[in-house]
Design a protein around this ligand. Structure first.
Ligand SMILES: C[S@@+](CC[C@H](N)C(=O)[O-])C[C@H]1O[C@@H](n2cnc3c(N)ncnc32)[C@H](O)[C@@H]1O
Length: 274
C-alpha cells in the first residue's frame, strides 16, 4: 500500500471492500482510540502515517480470518469488556447463560471454585455481581492466568484468587458450595474446517480427547469429593455431549443432573448435585 494521504472515509471504504463494514469501523476506532461515532463526524480527517500503516495491517489480518477480538484486544461479556489476546479463548455468548444459571442460586458467603478460568470472564462476572461470594479460579496456562489477573485488577473484582493448577494433578482444595467449569470440549475430528477464526485460538482451551469428553469426565469425577453437602457442579458442554454427561454423572455417584437449553434451544448446561 502506497503511503499517500488518506482520510477516514477513504480508509474505511478501502477496508470495507475487503472485510465486514462494522469490523472496519471497529478497527479504525481502535487504531485512532476514538468512539465509532467520531469516524462519522470526522470523515475528512487525514490519518497519520502510523495510523494508516497499523490500520491496513489489521485489515489484512482480519481478512485472513484472525478474530476481531484478538486484533482489538477486547471482547464484551456479561456486563463488561474484557482484555483478550491469542493466549485465551475468546469469550462466547453461550457462556453468559452459565453465569445466568449460577446467579439463580444463593451466592452470599458461599465458596465457588472455577476450573480453567481463561480470561477470567466467568469468575469476574460472578464476583462483580455478588461481592459476598468467595471465588477461587484455577488455570493451567500461565499466560491465561496473567490475563485473568489483569482483567480482575482492571475491573476491580476483590473477591477472587486465581492460581496455577492443572486438574489432572492432585486437587488440594477445601470443600466448595459450587464448582463451575467451561472446559475444553470440542471434538477436533468433528470440525468442518470452515469455523471462522477457530484456528487462531489456543488448542488447549478448545479441544479435548475422547470425542471432547476427556476433561469433562475428569472434572465430573474429581469434583464430587470437593463439594459440600448440597453442593453443585455447573458445566458447559456441547449439546451432543448432554446424554454422555448424564451417564458420567451417574457413574461418578451424583444424585441429580439437571440440563438446560441455551438461547438457541440447545442443551448446553448441566448442573450436577451430590
Ligand atoms: C474453554 S476454555 C474456557 C475459558 C473461560 N473460562 C471461558 O469460559 O471463556 C478452557 C480453559 O481451561 C484451561 N485448561 C485446559 N486444560 C486444563 C487443565 N488440565 N487444568 C486447568 N486448566 C485447563 C484452558 O487453558 C482454558 O483457559
Amino acid at each position: 500500500m502506497k503511503l499517500s494521504k488518506i482520510n477516514i472515509l477513504e480508509a474505511l471504504n478501502i477496508a470495507r471492500s475487503k472485510i465486514d463494514s462494522l469490523d472496519s469501523e471497529l478497527l479504525l476506532s481502535f487504531v485512532k482510540k476514538v468512539e465509532r461515532s467520531y469516524l462519522v463526524t470526522h470523515e475528512k480527517e487525514i490519518l497519520t502515517a502510523t495510523e494508516k500503516k497499523l490500520f491496513f495491517k489489521l485489515v489484512d489480518e482480519r481478512e485472513s480470518k484472525k478474530p476481531l477480538a484478538y486484533l482489538i484486544n477486547q471482547k464484551g461479556f456479561w456486563k463488561n469488556d474484557f482484555y483478550v489476546d491469542s493466549s485465551v479463548l475468546i469469550p462466547r455468548p453461550e457462556t453468559e447463560f452459565l453465569v445466568e444459571k449460577i446467579l439463580e442460586h444463593n451466592l452470599d458467603g458461599k465458596d465457588l471454585l472455577e476450573l480453567g478460568v481463561g480470561s477470567g470472564i466467568i469468575s469476574i462476572s460472578l464476583g462483580l455481581e455478588n461481592e459476598k461470594l468467595n471465588l477461587l479460579g484455577t488455570e493451567k496456562s500461565l499466560n491465561a492466568l496473567m490475563i485473568a489477573n489483569k482483567n480482575s485488577i482492571r475491573l476491580q473484582a476483590k473477591n477472587i484468587v486465581f492460581i496455577n493448577h492443572d486438574w489432572n494433578n492432585k486437587w488440594l482444595f477445601s470443600k466448595m458450595d459450587y464448582i463451575v467449569s467451561n472446559p475444553p470440549y470440542v471434538n477436533e475430528n468433528e470440525l468442518e474446517g470452515d469455523e471462522d477464526g477457530i484456528w487462531f485460538e489456543p488448542e488447549e482451551a478448545l479441544f479435548s480427547k475422547e470425542e471432547g469428553m476427556k476433561d469433562l469426565k475428569t472434572i465430573i469425577s474429581k469434583s464430587l469429593n470437593f463439594l459440600k453437602n448440597d453442593g453443585l457442579l455447573f458445566l458447559e458442554h456441547s449439546p451432543f455431549q448432554a446424554k454422555k454427561i448424564i451417564k458420567e454423572a451417574k457413574k461418578a455417584g451424583y444424585s441429580s443432573c439437571k440440563q438446560f437449553k441455551d438461547y438457541n434451544g440447545l442443551l448446553r448446561i448441566s448442573v450436577l448435585g451430590i
